[in-house]
Design a protein around this ligand. Structure first.
Ligand code: NAD
Length: 496
């Protein structure tokens, strides 16, 4: 049976379906290694075409100047087109991304709808605002008279926005890049990951159905070269990127020559602090789930477990027991909790980290291998190490595979020092019966988010998401989300 949307053979550019100049690339189902489709591949020609179309749609088209209500109506039509295809999109995400089905009803698909609704609610509230009125010396009155000074602050779109997204939550992130940019009057080009192109290209028919003006939203598929062309181009005003810190650095360099705004949502190595008084089972279940969720392919997953030494042995044994409950396999089976890694290269990277842990003398508690009962697919067992040195590569670098490390501590101060001893700062967590102490510790963590005792446990669009340090620049979601895509302009005048 063919996978929905894998028959897409062209790009929607400026209202026309255009065959690719670079041919097609086979796309694999990571759980079976089977080719699910041949995705069109873009090159310089398509980059020229999408940017010319996006520029034209911004500079001459009606889109940026439309009343907000009309842009909201267009985005609502896009939302309806997406919802009408929910079953097919979810089927694609299982096959292309290897997403376990329990993720589809949260961030992978439903989260995208939640994000659209929240962005619309913010757009409805967006209004110019007045500055305070003040008495100021009149610069043109040598006699020292005064004027009553006032002003308005209005919002304007940046222009052409390029969104570059990773493979792990592709549909969600394509939507999270495109929708706020569109609502605020920008025109948008999305470049999804070359591993998950169909989760982006599928938007083509919905763009047509929603009646978005030509050139306002385009999606092209390609690898790092296409991403580089887009980010270097002077016609682009803003790049919003989600991916690794190394590519984030490259994008900053590539964008520097044309001084565009760059928004970066990058990786993490987030710490879960388990105090002596924590609910041990809850803490262990959180750790086991976090390291296994989406086979560890999540930016904000908790993968460093800082555990009070008095309860460390019990914690480790409990995590191991919980890991033993998770079913590993092809996510086409709805009872599967842990799916595959995206490609063989990702599995090999995970294996290198496991070897590094063993070489450094860390204690392998669970996993550590390819599961023998799954000969096809890029699977790796959820793997737990104890007695890990926080300064080791295994504790410092993002594996992006199902690997967790346990590090002991003896005092709250030591736990905070260890948690902050990381180049990353995306998320974090504290588990403790003493909520006030947990809150005080959360305030000291240098990360974009902290959950206490499990947090809300859900994708939470009303909270801003983003990183400190190597985890990024800027925030997505939250009440100021749309401001990332807007320039403020102050218009000042005397009123008396
Ligand atoms: P990646 O950085 O390898 O690639 C991301 C995207 O960048 C892809 O579309 C890729 O083609 C493109 N790209 C690569 N080189 C480029 C270049 N020089 N110029 C422009 N574009 C280029 O990331 P990945 O492996 O797809 O995803 C995993 C990473 O994403 C992890 O580090 C993870 O933590 C991070 N991530 C972060 C968030 C977040 O919100 N903070 C969310 C999801 C994933």
């Amino acid at each position: 049976m063919s996978v929905p949307y894998t028959d897409i053979k062209s790009f929607l550019i400026d209202g026309e379906w255009v065959l690719p100049t670079q041919g097609y690339e086979p796309i694999l189902n990571p759980a079976t290694e089977e080719v699910i489709g041949e995705a069109p591949l873009a090159g310089r020609t398509e980059v020229e075409m999408v940017l010319a179309a996006a520029r034209q749609a911004f500079d001459q088209g009606p889109w940026p100047g439309l009343p907000m209500a009309e842009r909201i109506a267009a985005v609502k039509r896009l939302r309806a087109a997406i919802l009408a295809r929910e079953v097919r999109i979810k089927a694609l995400l299982i096959a292309e991304v290897g997403a376990a089905q329990l993720l589809l009803n949260s961030a992978q698909f439903n989260g995208a709808i939640e994000a659209i609704d929240y962005a619309i609610s913010l757009a409805e509230k967006l209004e110019p605002y007045g500055t305070p009125i003040e008495l100021k010396p009149n610069p043109f009155d040598s006699a020292g008279g005064e004027i009553l000074a006032a002003g308005m602050v209005v919002h304007e779109p940046y222009g052409v926005v390029v969104g570059i997204t990773p493979y792990n939550y592709p549909f969600l992130l394509n939507v999270v890049k495109a929708v706020p940019a569109l609502l605020t009057g920008n025109t948008v080009v999305i470049k999804p990951s070359q591993f998950t192109p169909f989760s982006g290209l599928l938007l083509g028919e919905m763009i047509v159905e929603a009646g978005l003006p030509h050139g306002v939203l385009s999606v092209i598929n390609g690898g790092p070269e296409v991403g580089a062309m887009l980010t270097e181009d002077p016609r682009v005003d803003l790049v919003t990127f989600t991916g690794s810190d190394k590519v984030g650095q490259a994008i900053l360099r590539q964008s520097a020559g044309t001084l565009k705004k760059v928004h970066l949502e990058l990786g993490g190595k987030s710490a879960l602090i388990v105090r002596q008084d924590a609910d041990l089972l809850k803490a262990a279940a959180t750790a086991a789930f976090s390291m296994s969720l989406h086979a560890g392919q999540g930016c904000a997953l908790l993968t460093r477990y800082l555990v009070h030494n008095s309860i460390r042995p019990a914690f480790v044994e409990t995590v191991k027991a919980v890991l033993g409950q998770f079913k590993l396999g092809n996510p086409a089976d709805p009872s599967v909790v842990v799916g595959p890694l995206i490609r063989e290269s990702a599995r090999q990277k995970t294996e290198q980290f496991v070897q590094m842990g063993l070489d450094a003398g860390a204690c392998l508690v669970a996993g550590g291998r390819r599961p023998a009962f799954l000969p096809r697919g890029f699977f790796h067992e959820p793997t737990l190490f104890d007695n890990v040195d926080n300064s080791s590569t295994l504790a410092q670098e993002e594996v992006f595979g199902p690997v967790g490390v346990v590090i002991g501590f003896d005092s709250d101060d030591e736990a905070i020092r260890l948690a902050n001893d990381s180049k990353f700062g995306l998320s974090g967590a504290v588990m403790s019966a003493d909520r006030a102490t947990a809150y005080r510790m959360a305030l000291k963590l240098r990360t974009g988010g902290v959950s206490i005792n499990g947090g809300t446990g859900d994708f939470f669009v009303k909270a801003p998401f983003g990183g400190f340090k190597h985890s990024g620049i800027g925030r997505e979601l939250g009440k100021d989300w749309l401001n990332e895509f807007l320039l403020e302009k102050s218009i000042t005048y005397p009123i008396g």
